[in-house]
Design a protein around this ligand. Structure first.
Ligand SMILES: Cc1cc2nc3c(=O)[nH]c(=O)nc-3n(C[C@H](O)[C@H](O)[C@H](O)COP(=O)(O)OP(=O)(O)OC[C@H]3O[C@@H](n4cnc5c(N)ncnc54)[C@H](O)[C@@H]3O)c2cc1C
Length: 358
């Protein structure tokens, strides 16, 4: 199973299945009458580990602790809450608002507003869960403890990490400045700050070169960089702008989409709409004042070469990375991603799961 090929819903189901598989094997029996799960032996007995370290008393203690209340964390917490009931779960989440990010594609082409994608976090919290409104700052997996920004600790039997990722704007020279400049015609749907600007630019565009980019992977929703391109193309076509417009999709990959079934269909769509696809093009720099984009060419016979391309509209998809605080954590791999088995989403060493991100 390759996780990046699954939908958000499929990923969540896979994650829940992994948690329940583990719990089923270790500590749970199905109640014969009601069909509800009941706890046969406390999982903590088997899984509370104090390996060569002084044990510390946690401020709070739960069977499940979920870090992050994006779609990943909320879906798993809701599912667990229905089965295990009140006080079994804590969700650690600092934000007051939850954003439904897939809607930002529609914000970028004016079908929805940013406000439509925003809901009060409190409205989504599963009723059985305690919401601890603070940030996770560290993990002590040998003690089954997470540390939080308010200086407290939370103890768990099972930990689910779903804190998302960060958009690494700074990896593209000049991009942060161009995004901030209201007249640059540069935007990205990958942020609540700039998705509304995409639609402003779509409306303001009066023809010329419309440039869309796709960075090095992994990124979340690898379809989104193309979805906004097709929606913008549709807008320009319907508003009589297509004649004097050139659209290009510039991707680091050697294919239009990593899954062949979809790539075959997309090839037909770009042909039909007259969109040029430039493969193995990596956006290096945005020269906002000149409206030029610098690309590194990744093809073997062109390595080290760069080209500079003028644009009149630029939708950039920046590279993405683990959150800074995840780098160097005992549950993280060398890059900072939670080090899980991709087939089960369970950590390779600890009673920790991750359902985040891609
Ligand atoms: C433009 C766009 C279009 C998309 N389209 C689609 C689509 O069509 N289909 C699809 O499946 N996906 C799509 N996605 C991707 C989808 O939105 C993400 O995969 C999804 O939001 C990831 O969920 P998550 O819960 O892992 O992380 P997030 O949604 O990023 O949530 C992470 C949560 O963790 C919290 N957090 C961060 N740091 C901490 C901390 N230190 N402690 C505690 N909590 C913390 C954050 O506040 C946040 O609430 C799209 C994304 C974008 C940007």
């Amino acid at each position: 199973m390759q996780l990046h090929r699954l939908s958000l819903r499929q990923k969540t189901i896979a994650m829940s299945a992994a948690v329940f598989r583990l719990l089923g094997e270790r500590s749970l029996q199905r109640a014969p009458t009601a069909g509800a799960l009941r706890i046969a032996a406390p999982a903590a007995t088997a899984r509370s580990l104090h390996v060569g370290e002084p044990s510390r008393v946690a401020d709070k203690s739960y069977k499940f602790v979920v870090c992050g209340a994006g779609p990943g964390g909320l879906a798993v917490a809701s599912s667990l809450g229905r089965r295990f009931g009140e006080k079994s779960i804590a969700i650690i989440e600092p934000a007051d608002y939850h954003y439904y990010q897939p809607m930002w594609t529609l914000v970028g082409c004016g079908i929805k507003t940013l406000e439509d994608s925003r809901r009060k976090m409190a409205d989504f919290m599963p009723p059985q869960a305690d919401w601890l409104q603070t940030s996770v700052t560290g993990f002590r997996p040998n003690e089954n403890i997470v540390e939080t920004a308010d200086g407290s600790t939370v103890k768990y039997d099972y930990l689910i990490v779903a804190v998302g990722l960060q958009i690494d704007y700074g990896k593209i020279k000049g991009l942060p400045e161009a995004l901030e400049d209201p007249n640059s015609m540069v935007s990205t749907n990958y942020s609540s700050l700039y998705a509304p600007k995409t639609f402003e630019n779509v409306r303001r565009f009066k023809g010329g070169h419309a440039l869309f980019t796709f960075p090095t992977i992994p990124i979340k929703c690898p379809g989104a960089p193309q979805k906004i391109m097709y929606l913008a193309e549709d807008y320009w076509r319907r508003n009589g702008m297509k004649e004097n417009t050139k659209i290009s999709f510039n991707t680091t990959l050697g294919v239009i989409f990593p899954v062949k079934k979809y790539a075959d269909v997309l090839q037909g769509i770009v042909k039909e709409r007259g969109i040029t696809v430039n493969y193995q093009h990596k956006l290096l720099e945005v020269l906002g004042d000149k409206r030029e984009a610098v690309f590194e060419l990744l093809a073997e016979d062109k390595q080290g070469e760069t080209i500079t391309v003028p644009y009149d509209f630029l939708h950039a998809t920046p590279p993405m990375a683990p959150l800074d605080f995840m780098v160097g954590q005992p549950i993280s791999d060398q890059l900072g991603w939670v080090d899980v088995d991709p087939k089960t989403l369970q950590h390779k060493k600890y009673g920790v799961f991750s359902c985040s991100v891609i």
